[in-house]
Design a protein around this ligand. Structure first.
Ligand SMILES: C[S@@+](CC[C@H](N)C(=O)[O-])C[C@H]1O[C@@H](n2cnc3c(N)ncnc32)[C@H](O)[C@@H]1O
Length: 251
């Protein structure tokens, strides 16, 4: 997130210069890229699969749709989109777009031989696509890493065609009081320790936990989406608000 003057951004609990954030985020993901998928399963105890499936249930990708998955990492969401579309390369473009080359490389290795996914490196704040080129835009566990999320939202709206749909799956605010303490203990104590032990990279997982806490809660993100010009904005909580899916339409 950035401050009102766009001069600083959050990097976990630290405030840094806005232009410093992208290289630091890139550093985090370059360092975890080769272990990202396995760590994702371990850290979320497999729950990220359920959350991504729920995203697909809401999105219901249709054959022929052009879909852009921003901050798409190793292609988890893009692959699910393809499966829901019926898996044919003929049925629209599905593009994985990410800042970190190492994440895209890990995805390309993972889906070696698949010609139905395209991989493009770049920044969500400046998408190299024409106005109105996509039917759907997804961003999963990505927006909180972006330096200027308001710019990323404006870009999302720009590249969607009128009637196109935006979906953001992201960690959010726990709404079940009973869950709060357990979740705090798990995320602040166990997660960085596990990251250190299993991936040898405690700092990256400390960043993960802190970045979650600095991300705007459900209603604030809805407001940011409206400010970016999205219509019919709504969200659904999952796992007591640990994560939420936000949806908006390019009207
Ligand atoms: C936590 S991973 C999520 C990967 C994937 N979407 C998933 O759900 O498994 C966050 C991804 O966001 C990417 N990212 C961070 N900042 C970005 C930006 N400004 N533009 C595009 N991608 C970005 C990182 O490189 C990383 O691959």
């Amino acid at each position: 997130m950035t401050d009102r003057n766009d001069r600083t951004a959050h990097f976990g609990f630290r405030d840094i210069g806005v232009d410093e954030k992208a290289p630091m985020v890139q550093g985090v993901f370059e360092s975890v890229a080769s272990r990202y998928d396995i760590m994702n399963d371990l850290m979320s105890m497999g729950a990220h699969r359920f959350w991504k499936d729920a995203l697909m249930d809401w999105m219901r990708p249709r054959a022929g749709e052009h879909c852009l998955d921003v901050a798409g990492g190793t292609g988890d969401v893009a692959d699910r989109i393809r499966q829901r579309q019926g898996g044919s390369a003929a049925s629209g473009r599905v593009l994985v777009f990410d800042l970190t080359e190492g994440m895209l490389r890990a995805g390309q290795e993972r889906f070696q031989g698949r010609d139905d996914l395209q991989w493009v490196c770049g920044n969500a704040e400046a998408l190299p696509f024409e106005d109105g080129s996509f039917d759907a835009y997804t961003i999963s566990f990505g927006l909180r890493n972006v330096s200027r999320p308001d710019l990323a939202l404006a870009e999302a709206r720009r590249v969607l065609r009128p009637g196109g749909r935006f979906f953001c799956l992201e960690f959010s605010r726990v709404v079940l009081p009973i869950l709060k303490d357990i979740y705090d203990q798990y995320s602040f104590k166990l997660l960085p320790t596990l990251g250190g032990l299993v991936a040898g990279d405690r700092d990256s997982y400390q960043y993960l936990v802190e970045s979650i806490r600095r991300f705007p809660p459900q209603e604030q993100l809805e407001e940011m989406m409206r400010e970016a010009g999205f219509g019919r904005v709504s969200h659904r909580n999952m796992s007591g608000g640990i994560v939420a899916v936000h949806n908006g339409w390019r009207i």
